[in-house]
Design a binder for this molecule. Structure first.
Ligand code: HBI
Length: 383
């Protein structure tokens, strides 16, 4: 179905689109551009100067603004104040939104930032937010709680565990995330040497050191993909395990990443924080690789034990070693099928569309009817 909404999608003020620094938000935006565009909506994307839209974005308009990046919230302390640098990108983006809002039916914000959330009740065009992280700071918790209370229906989350970090008046709207399944090739068999895999930013909250220790304990090689954000942490990981355990593969574009990922026998996911979703978990499954993860955060909802992987108690390395051996005999096709059923970008775009349409319904209290329900199938909906 198509109602041809005019939608303004506003990107994160951390990194330009195409740089990789926007992390999961870049992937979500690419899924929305393709998925909502494919459903007949007219899209404009607003992002930092130097941004590029994913290839094949067709009729989608890109507007860019210059300005300095926001400091990333995941590197602030719980009591940090909101900081906006001089000549900041964040106020430049939102100045443009406020000037142009009259030409749109709705604005969809992907930034995890105070300013756009605070604007929600003050913006004439309905403003929706897909929240990309769990709790990181008190001031963000407060503005999210305030939007949830004053503007029901305008907030959505990736997983239940992520949403549980916040003080919400009712059950959250959980939308999962979406992936272009044609970009990931299913591999029925791992490579002959069948290494273990791990992917993510190389930073302490992602917990790579645990995966390295599990691989070392099993005498296996661990292939690692991701941007080295914390060089000292990388050294600590290297020093914690026998030489030759960790193979640093760098940050690769999706095409190259999936080609290497598909050769793994098992993929490990070991976050130390409340990971909001777990894109890499789904990417591994899309290639047919079973995932062993901590029962924590988004990955704890994406893994269905015995179907597409196994879950172990958080931080329990011995349990993880045993689970890796057990996961080796899981059906690789079932992993791919799980992604097709729960995390295709078409299904995700359908859930996002249902959310926006409910919020835009004349007379409806900003989508109140959807609060507490899931707009379609969610990644944790079970089988
Ligand atoms: N920090 N200030 C700020 N704004 C964001 O949008 C943001 C962030 N930190 C991490 C983050 N977004 C992630 O969700 C990424 O995927 C980049």
């Amino acid at each position: 179905m198509s109602t041809g909404l005019r939608l303004l999608l506003v990107s994160t003020p951390v990194g330009t689109l195409g740089s990789g620094r926007g992390g999961g938000v870049e992937l979500t935006l690419a899924a929305l551009v393709a998925g909502l565009g494919g459903r007949g909506h007219r899209l404009t994307v607003l992002a930092g100067e130097g941004s590029r839209l994913p290839p094949g974005s067709g009729a989608v308009q890109l507007w860019t603004c210059p300005g300095h990046d926001q400091p990333s919230w995941q590197h602030q302390s719980h009591d940090s104040a909101v900081q906006i640098p001089a000549d900041g990108l964040l106020p430049a983006l939102w100045d443009r939104v406020l000037q142009e809002q009259g030409s749109f039916d709705a604005v969809l914000n992907l930034a995890y930032d105070w300013l756009p959330l605070w604007l929600t009740p003050h913006c004439a065009t309905p403003l929706f937010h897909l929240v990309s992280m769990g709790s990181v700071a008190r001031v963000m918790d407060a503005v999210i709680a305030d939007v949830a209370r004053r503007c029901p229906g305008r907030l959505a989350f990736h997983t239940r565990s992520q949403a549980a970090d916040f003080d919400l008046p009712g059950p959250p709207l959980v939308l999962g995330n979406g992936f272009d399944l044609t970009a990931y090739r299913f591999r029925a068999e791992p490579d002959p040497e069948a290494p273990l895999g791990w992917a993510g930013r190389i930073a302490p909250e992602k917990g790579l050191i645990d995966a390295a220790r599990v691989a070392a304990g099993l005498g296996r090689r661990l292939l690692v993909w991701g941007v080295v954000e914390d060089a000292a942490y990388r050294e600590a990981v290297e020093a914690a395990v026998p030489a030759g355990t960790v193979h640093w593969r760098g940050f690769l574009p999706t095409g190259e990443l999936q080609a290497e990922l598909g050769g793994c026998r098992v993929f490990l996911n070991t976050p130390k924080w409340n990971e909001a979703f777990g894109n890499v978990v789904v990417e591994a499954m899309a290639c047919g690789v079973p995932v062993v993860a901590y029962r924590r955060g988004g990955p704890g909802e994406l893994v269905e034990p015995g179907i597409n992987g196994l879950l172990v108690p958080p931080d329990d390395l011995e349990a993880m070693q045993a689970a890796v051996l057990a996961a080796e005999s899981l059906d690789r096709l079932a992993c791919r099928h799980w992604v097709e059923r729960h995390a295709s970008r078409e299904a995700f775009a359908g859930r996002v569309e249902a959310w926006l349409l409910a919020g835009l319904e004349p007379g409806s209290p900003a989508g109140h009817s959807l609060q507490g329900q899931t707009a379609g199938r969610t990644p944790d909906a079970g089988t």
